[in-house]
Every structure is written in C-alpha cells, then in structure tokens.
Design a binder for this molecule. Structure first.
Ligand code: GTP
Length: 862
C-alpha cells in the first residue's frame, strides 16, 4: 500500500511552493506540468530530494554547526521525507547515529539538513517532529558518510551499497562533503542532477529527522505484514483448496506452455513421450499367419520398418508375403508390443463340431470294406455273392438296391461293402481326402495269380494304410493254384498267415459261394483288431460315396455315415452343396429315418449334386451352412488359381529345404519287370537323412490312369523307363499336376532324382510334344528304305522334329525324320487329320499300328 506523496505535500515538506516542485519535475522529466494534487513518482521524488539536498549544501560543516549550536532552540522544521514506502528500521539508523555522535565531537558533527532515514516512515510524510535537542545528544548525522560513487561503468548508477550503511562515521571530517556524497536520497537511475547550491533555509536545530529514502522498493515490513495476513489463511485452507490452487497453477503453467514456442516444443516432447507410452502398451493380435503389410499396420509402423526388422531376424519377406505367428511375434516384440494370439473362429469351426468323442459314448461300428483286384478275377461276382447271400436272403422283403454300398450280415454283426470294385474309385476318394475304408479285400484268381492290377491294388491299399485280406477266388476251378498265389504274394511283402506272416488269405469261390462266410468272418476278425468305434450320439459326419442327378428326385447321394447318426430333416453340408435330408433309403430299398455309423444310405434333398469323396456334415444352423458353402465355393475358385504345389523333381529340393518333404514317393513304370525293379532299387538307395525315396508302386507297361491316380493321391512323381503314358493318363496327369518323367537310360533317371535331391537338377531342356501319327501302311522302297504311311492323330508332325516310335505303350526307338512328304512333295509339317509319308533316319523296323510321337527338345528356365 503505497502512500501517495503529492506535489503539494512535497512542497510543504520542503517549504517551497508547489509551482517550484512542478517546474522542477517538468524540467527533469518533461511532459505535462503536474498538478498540485498529483502524486509524485519515486523517481521524481528522488530527483527533487537530490536537487534540494545539493541546493542546501553547506560549505563548511563546522561553521554551520557552530552557527546552529548557538541556537539551542530548534525550531520545528519541516523535513523532506522519503516516500512513505520506505520503511527501513529507524532503530538501525539511530544506532549509527549515536555511534557517530560518540565518535565525533559534537561540534564536528555536521548537521546535515539532508534528511536521513525517517524514524517512522510508514505513515504519511510528516514534518519532522523531532524536538530540538542538543546536537551532541541528538543525532548529528555522520557527515563523512561515504557518498555513493558515481561509476560511469555501472550504467550511470550509484554504487548504492555504502549508502545503506551510511551512518558509518567518517573519520575524515575535514573532508568536504561532496554534494553527491551527501545525497541521502538514493535515486535510482537518477538523471544527473545539477549541482545546485543550497538556498534552503538551514535547519536551526540539530535534531534531524532520519528519513530513509533508500529507494529499494522492497517494503519488507509490508510483505511481512502481508505474509502475516495470508499465512493463517493458508494454514486453515484445507487440502482440497491447496490442490485446487496447485491445479490452477499447473493449468496456468500449461496454458503458458501452449502459448510460447518453447512450450510447443515441450508439448511435442510430451506428445512423443505419450506416443512411446502408447506404443509400449500396444497390444497386437497375431493370427497363425499374417502378411507383412498387415503386421505393419497392426503394429502402427511402416511396412519398410517391419521388413527391416525381419531382415535383422534373417527373414527376407516382401510386404505381401505371409509370415508365421512366431516370426511375427519376434517382430512385434522388437516394438515392445504385447502379443496376443488371434484365434480366428471360422464358420466351419463354428458350424462343425470336430471335438473328439468321449470314450464313454463310443460304440463298436461295422468295418467298411473295399474289394480290389485284377480285371476278371471276380470282384463283381464276389460282391454280388456276398450281397445276395447275406443281404436279400436274410432280410425278408428286402430288395437289393444298388446304392454304391451295402451291409452284409455276419452273425449278429454287419460288414459294410463299398459296391464299387477296383482301386480306381477307392483311390479317387482317397485323393479327395476321404479315408473311408478300413479293410481291402484283394481278389486274386487262383488260376491266374498276381497280375499287374493286383500289384496296383496292393500298392494302393498300402499307400492308404488299410489292412489287406486276400480272397483267393475261383477255387472251384480245377486249375486253381492257391499256393502259387501265396508264393507270389510274398514278393509284394504280403506273407500269408499260413506261411508265418500276418496276411489272412481266404480261398473262396464267388461262383459256388465257397469260403464266403469264412471271408466275412475273417473281415470281422481283422475289424476286431482295429477296434473300430464311433459315437452314434452326435451329428452325422461321413463321406459321399456316390452322387447323381435323378430326373425325378433331383440330386441323389449315397452317403456313408462314419460317425454320429444322420436323421431325416438334418441340415447337410457336403463339399459345396447344402440341403436338408428329405428322404433316406437304405441298401435294401427301405425308407429309414436315421442312419448310424458305417451305415450307407441314399438321400435326397441336396440343392446340388455333391462329388463322390466329399465329406459331409450334419449341422444345426442352416443359415451358417449356406454361408460356409458360399465361402467354400470362393475358396475353390481361388484354389484353381493357385494350384496346389505338387511334388516335382524341380521343386523337390526347395520342398526338402522347407522341411515339407520328408519322403519322395515315386511310381515307376518300365518296359520290363527287370528294369522296373532295377530302377526301384537304384532310386531307393538314394535316400539320405533328409528325404527317403520310396517307390510306392512299380509296374510294367504304359503309364495308365491308375498310376496317375495313385501318384496324385500319394503326391508322388511317376518315372517311366522306356514307356509312355497312355493319352488318358497324360491328360489326367496334366490336369492333376502329376509329374511324369520319361527316361530311356536308367542312369539318367537316377541322376535326375539324385540331382533334384541336391537341388542341382539342371532343368534346362524339356520335351515339347507336337503331335502323334499312327502308322497305317509300311512301304519298303528300294534305295530309300522304309517309309511309313501315317495319319496324324493329333497335333502335327514337323520336319525338324524328333520321332519316338511307340508300340503298345513301349518306346521302340527315337529317331530323326529323314523325309516328310505329303503325296510326293516335301512338307514342312503335316497337321492333324492329314496323311503323310514319314521316313526315319536310322530306324527301319516300323510296323503298322506303331505310333510316331513327334516332339522337339526346348530349353527353358523356371
Ligand atoms: N469259375 C469261377 N468263375 C468265376 C468266379 N468268380 C468270377 N468268375 C468269373 O470270372 C469272370 C469275371 O468276373 P467278374 O466278377 O466280372 O470279375 P471282375 O473282377 O469284377 O471284373 P471287372 O469288373 O472286369 O474288373 C466272370 O465270367 C465270372 O463268372 C469263381 O469263383 N469261379
């Protein structure tokens, strides 16, 4: 609380006119002339006091005091006062004053009219009220007070320090006080006042009012007082208020921060810190597989960053490449992300219950049997015999219904037979992933023995891992020689029980029915060993055995229930087909409402015809089922684009390196059994620690459809040694991406497989088929040699192409074309449907019916 010191007060205190003060202020400060009632600023006051101090300077203090001593009665004199804000303890001033009085002879004590610290400056400036006292006792001001020195090096400021201690007595009293030195008004930034001589009436008394005019504006008392006022309040304030205050304070700080640039940077830092914190807590859901770009977006970083991190981990992956959960987790850990495994519940998982059955729910189920064997060895006859003997005759009123599978009654048990004989159907189902059969009955005619298709059947059954029971058929024939059959079986690692092995061989006759019961008995024995069980209490699941479109009934499918129980009205999903079971007919033509495990039924109600080998599931939610079918259709389309990676010699090494390949299955076909065996043994010897070469089937003759099916189902390659694929097999192989490798020299085949396993296969050349021509006539022309009159079956025959002579699926020769003529003219090429004459360079032993395969060798790169 500043006390205003008006012009009029100052004038009154200094005993001058208002006008004088006003003029003085105007002189030094300019501006509008002050009014009498205007309060003066501290600076103005300083100048005024300085002015008057200098003006009233006395020349000789001694003389002055002497003169003053003569007047013991001191008249009251108004004393200029420092502004009221100055309140420094007067006591302090008194002390040095006294000291000074002691030390200095009173006479010498120069009475300085200049005011010193006021005794009670809090109040309005008052005229000095000190009563006149003898100077000695009063308080003669120390004359020799060290005057503030004006130091030009200090920005024109006075060195103020000594001034505060001004009362120190100065020994050199004789020293003439400099006007400045006597200045008690310690002006700050005071303009150098003119050295004025005093014309002020001199104080007659030695009583000096001490006016502390130090203009350090720190009013400590005021603050102390203020502090006293606020402190108790502060104490009574509760915590909440404090907090509030603090909050306000911090808010204000924040406000301030946002308002300046530096604080914006602080804000940026804060933001970065926050981001870091956020990143630290970042949770990422990572599925089993994720693309690099998707991972980057989930980690909220750039794809490049993720790629870099992957490189550091030794994984080279482009942004669209898929990385597995573990790799993705490692990258995520680099970003301090919290990793959670994303479990994607597919519609399939939601819809189809794949949980294992409770052992308590499991019940014995009938075995499912397939009958396989060589042509004409009696498969159909055997199946018919069993069906007729064990189905129609035992079930009253039953009409044998050919639905693709049937059940035969064996005592109080049943055996389910798939009514499609041969390994083709079996393997085609297996190729679709359906593992339907438990037991394969291998039919071998006792009078014929093991034949090529018997071998195929053995290998197909072995590849599928099903148990084999040999039915030695046609035992009624006098030429039957079961021992020979058993002998031959041992060559295929099927050692009959009678000979100490584990293969059950049952002599039967489909014609007479002999041994059939024994065969069925044996089937149940083998089934018992297998402990076949299923849970009839769950929703049905199984395989489509056959399906067709019936004109009247719509899509009709024979289903073999493998687990659970199928009911009429159940919602079914089979491959990309969905529907509700409208009607169920069993193998005896009876309408049934439910079918348990191992029971085949023919159903209607599907929206479209499913494919044989499709797995079916009864589900609860039809809407979801339709959704799943839609999804499967989509996947099917996609699958067509990126065809499943079949094993080839070219990709063998990469598959071995990726750990996908542990075994290389090979089907070997050769012109003679000896070659096939030699190739088989040589190839199997190539097995090493990483991959086992396993020849799953060897055969003699052209590569047929069955070979391709087996290779397809077993992800095998086919090696042909001096043989060719038949056209159907070739087409199938191309369609199913089964690799066919043809060789004429056994070592080439072995070298290729060996190099492929080392990743060193040089896939530099390959044959490109141009076309096939059939030899219809053979002309022997003198001097020219043999010329084949050919008809081009497909493609074309080109003059510069090579010709492979194939007779009954066996490669007879490979040769260059010596001449190619249309009628009598040389032709460059002859297209399909035209006749031509072909003369070969070296090979002359051409026969009618030979096939000329025209091909070229081209170089290629993968
Ligand atoms: N003597 C005699 N003939 C039999 C026996 N089993 C089948 N046959 C005859 O052998 C021939 C072939 O029988 P299928 O049952 O058609 O033989 P498959 O194996 O089914 O033949 P594909 O269907 O061509 O593969 C027929 O003429 C049958 O009559 C048998 O046990 N004894």
């Amino acid at each position: 609380m500043t006390i205003k010191y008006k012009v009029t007060d100052v004038a009154k205190d200094l005993s001058v006119t208002n006008k004088e003060i006003i003029e003085l202020v105007a002189k030094y400060f300019g501006g509008e002339p002050k009014k009498a009632t205007t309060a003066l600023s501290e600076e103005e006051l300083n100048v005024i006091f300085e002015y008057y101090t200098q003006k009233n300077e006395v020349k000789d203090f001694n003389a002055y005091f002497n003169s003053r001593m003569e007047k013991p009665k001191e008249e009251k004199k108004p004393e200029p006062k420092a502004e009221k804000t100055v309140s420094k303890a007067p006591a302090e001033k008194a002390t040095p004053a006294k000291t000074a009085a002691k030390e200095k002879p009173a006479a010498k004590a120069p009475e300085k009219q200049a005011p010193k610290a006021a005794p009670a400056p809090e109040k309005k400036p008052m005229p000095a009220t000190a009563t006149a006292k003898p100077a000695a006792s009063q308080n003669p001001r120390p004359v020799a007070k060290e005057a503030p020195k004006f130091d030009p090096n200090k920005n024109g400021r006075f060195d103020r320090k000594p001034q505060f201690d001004a009362p120190k007595p100065k020994p050199r009293t004789e020293q003439k006080p400099q006007p400045q030195k006597q200045n008690a008004f310690l002006g700050q930034n005071r303009p150098a006042g003119p050295a004025v001589t005093s014309n002020e009436p001199v104080e007659k008394e030695r009583t000096v009012r001490h006016v502390d005019t130090r203009t350090v504006d720190v009013n400590l008392d005021k603050y102390n007082e203020h502090y006293e006022q606020i402190a108790p309040q502060g104490r009574i304030k509760d915590n909440q208020q404090k907090k509030q205050k603090l909050k306000q304070k911090s808010q204000m700080k924040n406000k301030a921060k946002f308002s300046t640039k530096r604080e914006t940077e602080a804000e940026k830092l804060q933001r970065l810190a926050l981001e870091r914190a956020r990143k630290q807590q970042l949770k990422v859901l990572i599925p089993d597989e994720i693309t690099v770009s998707e991972l980057a977006s989930r980690l909220k970083v750039t794809v490049t960053d993720v790629i870099k991190k992957l490189m550091m981990l030794g994984v080279m992956a482009a942004q669209h490449e898929v990385i597995d959960f573990d790799t993705a987790s490692l990258v995520a850990m680099e970003y301090n992300a919290k990793i959670e495994k994303e479990v994607i519940v597919t519609i399939e998982e939601k819809l189809i219950n794949d949980e294992d059955d409770d052992t308590a729910d499991l019940q014995e189920r009938s075995p499912v049997v397939v009958v396989m064997g060589h042509v004409d060895h009696g498969k159909t006859s055997l199946l018919d015999r069993i069906r007729n003997a064990n189905v129609t005759s035992t079930e009253a009123g039953g009409i044998t219904q050919h639905i693709g599978a049937y059940r035969a009654k064996v005592g109080d048990r049943y055996v389910t037979f798939l009514d499609t004989p041969g390994h083709e159907a079996f393997t085609s189902m297996r190729a679709r992933g359906a593992a339907v059969t438990d037991i394969a009955v291998l039919v071998v005619a006792a009078d014929d023995g093991i034949m090529p298709q018997t071998v195929e059947a053995i290998n197909h059954a072995k590849a599928a891992g099903v148990s084999i029971i040999v039915a030695i058929n046609k035992m009624d024939k006098p030429t039957a020689n079961p021992d020979k059959v058993m002998q031959e079986l041992t060559e295929y690692e099927l050692v009959p029980e009678d000979w100490g092995g584990d293969v059950i061989c049952v002599p039967v006759s489909a014609a007479t029915g002999m041994g059939i019961d024994n065969l069925l008995e044996m089937i149940t024995v083998v089934a018992d060993v297998q402990e076949l069980k299923a849970n009839p209490k769950r929703l049905a699941k199984g395989t489509v055995v056959e399906a067709r479109l019936d004109k009247g009934r719509g899509p009709v499918a024979t289903l073999l229930v493998q687990n659970g129980t199928l009911h009429t009205g159940d919602v079914l999903i089979a491959g990309t087909s969905v529907g509700r079971v409208r009607q169920m007919i069993n193998d005896r033509g009876q309408v049934v409402t439910e079918a348990g495990p191992s029971i085949p039924v023919e159903i209607t109600g599907m929206a479209e015809v499913p494919a044989a080998g499709d797995t079916f599931n009864a589900v609860e939610d039809e809407r979801l089922a339709r959704e799943l079918v839609e999804q499967r259709r989509q996947e099917q389309k996609e699958q067509q684009f990126k065809s499943y990676q079949k094993i080839t010699l070219d990709n063998l090494f990469s598959q071995i390196a990726e750990g996908e390949m542990k075994e290389l299955p090979i089907v070997v076909k050769a012109d003679v059994q000896g070659s096939a065996e030699a190739v088989k043994q040589s190839l199997e010897k190539l097995s090493n620690e990483e991959v086992r070469v396993r020849v799953i089937h060897t055969g003699v003759g052209a590569i047929n459809r069955s070979d391709v099916m087996l290779a397809n189902a077993s992800n095998a390659i086919i090696i042909g040694f001096n043989v060719r694929p038949d056209p159907v097999a070739k087409e199938d192989a191309a369609q199913e991406d089964v690799e066919l490798r043809m060789y004429r020299i056994i070592y080439d085949a072995i070298d290729d497989v060996k190099d492929a396993m080392k990743g060193m296969l040089a896939p530099k050349t390959r044959e490109v088929e141009l076309g096939r021509a059939e030899v219809r006539l053979v002309y022997k022309i003198t001097n020219v040699g043999t010329v084949a009159g050919c008809y081009v079956l497909d493609g074309k025959v080109a003059r510069d192409a090579l010709i492979r002579v194939v007779r009954d699926g066996i490669v007879i020769a490979e040769d260059k074309i010596d001449s190619l003529k249309r009628f009598k003219n040389d032709a460059k090429e002859v297209a399909q449907g035209y006749e031509c004459g072909i003369g070969l360079d070296k090979f002359n032993d051409i026969k009618e019916g030979d096939i000329f395969e025209s091909f070229i060798i081209e170089e290629y790169r993968d």
